[in-house]
Design a protein around this ligand. Structure first.
Ligand code: TXA
Ligand code: MG
Length: 375
């Protein structure tokens, strides 16, 4: 492996800052997931990000700024955002969102400053900006005279990494530096809001994530519309919101219902369809939302003779714990001997449940279409 995993000592942070100034790429811990960071103003380094991730250039990058940049005036001064095209009421709204949710897992799509290279924004007139709350990311950003463009540090379409080791497993043979900031606290990516430059009420949710829709709506005082993920043929209309994403390497499917709502005969029928459409696995991998793996093992072992590898996101069913562990458990199961992975869908619809459901739906999109079970 080429990459070195470094603890975030002051010395190492200086070394990493220098590497970024030299146009190198760095695995960066944030509170959501690890990013693959580069100088957001350096087109050569940015091109390297796309190449390293095998990411199509129609999928724009999020630009990360330090905690001292928390205003439109600062973002303009830093040559990231051009607030001149925003109406007065929208400026007010954006400042309010920054005060309430930054630093934190909220990305705002704002008019881009001409200085931001087109590679960052895939040629769009807007740029995604986020201020991470992770102390290692903040410390590094404050040392740099430029923002950091950082997509999640996974190969395109794969599971986002939530630990330094997961970054190394994904990209360790293609990059040199990974800063180890420990496991990511939140575990799913930032919520993305598209800000309409003129009309405050026309804010759109592009991706659910670490900040819940309810909290945003309570803050704003009106409801936010959602942009739904689209198939790859529409990729240019809604960059990066592809239906298939976050996918493990193995067939990955969802049970048709949460497991306390599904009957034994429905379960048997589901397993039979899987075997018919895919193959008969030697081991099933199962990811539960909640409860003890042993309890479900007892139920399932009466229905199928195929051995099961069962993991639970949170035995107590805590949503934060489930989001925090989602990607690492998906990654963990993908690395086991299980040949087909099946996850329980999220029964709830509030808070982080939306982000969890979104990631599970997209992770299973490819296998679902193979199964030809319209959903
Ligand atoms: O939590 C996060 O947001 C993580 C950490 C590393 O900060 N980053 C992340 O980046 O999830 P990435 O590249 O995996 O997802 C960025 C998504 C793009 O796929 C796209 O959907 C959206 O952000 N995006 C970025 N700029 C945009 C723009 N100008 N217009 C519309 N969507 C944009
Ligand atoms: Mg990503």
């Amino acid at each position: 492996m080429r990459a070195r995993i470094l603890p975030p000592t002051l010395e190492n942070l200086k070394l990493i800052a220098l590497a970024l100034k030299n146009g190198e790429l760095v695995g960066l811990p944030t509170e959501t997931v690890y990013g693959l960071a580069a100088n957001g103003f350096n087109p050569v380094a940015l091109a390297q990000v796309f190449e390293t991730k095998e990411r199509p250039t129609f999928d724009p990058l999020i630009v990360h700024v330090g905690p001292s940049q928390k205003s439109l005036a600062k973002l303009e001064q830093m040559k990231v955002v051009d607030p001149s095209v925003l109406s007065l009421s929208v400026r007010h709204q954006v400042e309010g969102l920054m005060q309430a949710f930054w630093p934190g897992p909220l990305t705002l799509i704002l008019p881009k400053h001409p200085h931001v290279p087109d590679l960052v924004t895939s040629g769009l007139p807007s740029v995604g900006v986020r201020m991470p709350v992770h102390p290692v990311a903040q410390n590094l950003l404050e040392q740099l005279p430029f923002p950091l463009a950082a997509p999640s540090a996974n190969r395109f379409g794969r599971i986002s990494p939530t630990s330094a080791q997961a970054v190394a497993d994904e990209l360790g043979d293609r990059m040199d530096w990974i800063l180890d900031g420990g496991p990511c606290g939140i575990g799913v990516e930032s919520t993305i809001l598209l800000i309409h430059p003129q009309v405050p009420e026309q804010i759109q949710l592009l991706r659910s994530g670490g900040v819940s829709l309810e909290r945003l709506q309570t803050h704003l005082g009106f409801s936010i519309s959602r942009q739904t993920p689209v198939g790859s043929s529409h990729a240019f209309a809604a960059p990066g919101m592809l239906e298939s994403h976050y996918a493990p390497g193995k067939p990955f499917l969802l049970f048709p219902k949460p497991l306390d709502q599904i009957t034994d005969s429905e379960l048997i029928c589901f397993f039979e369809t899987l075997v018919q459409k895919f193959f008969k696995p030697l081991v099933w991998g199962v990811l539960l939302q909640k409860g003890a793996p042993e309890a479900f093992n007892r139920r399932l072992s009466l229905l199928t003779k195929i051995p099961l590898l069962i993991r639970s996101l949170s035995e107590a069913g805590d949503l934060k714990e489930r989001a925090h562990r989602l990607f690492s458990e998906m990654r963990g199961l993908d690395a086991t001997s299980a040949e087909i992975l099946i996850a329980e869908p999220c029964a709830e619809e509030n808070g982080l449940a939306q982000a969890i459901s979104d990631r599970l739906t997209r992770a299973s999109a490819h296998s679902r279409s193979r199964l030809a079970l319209a959903k």
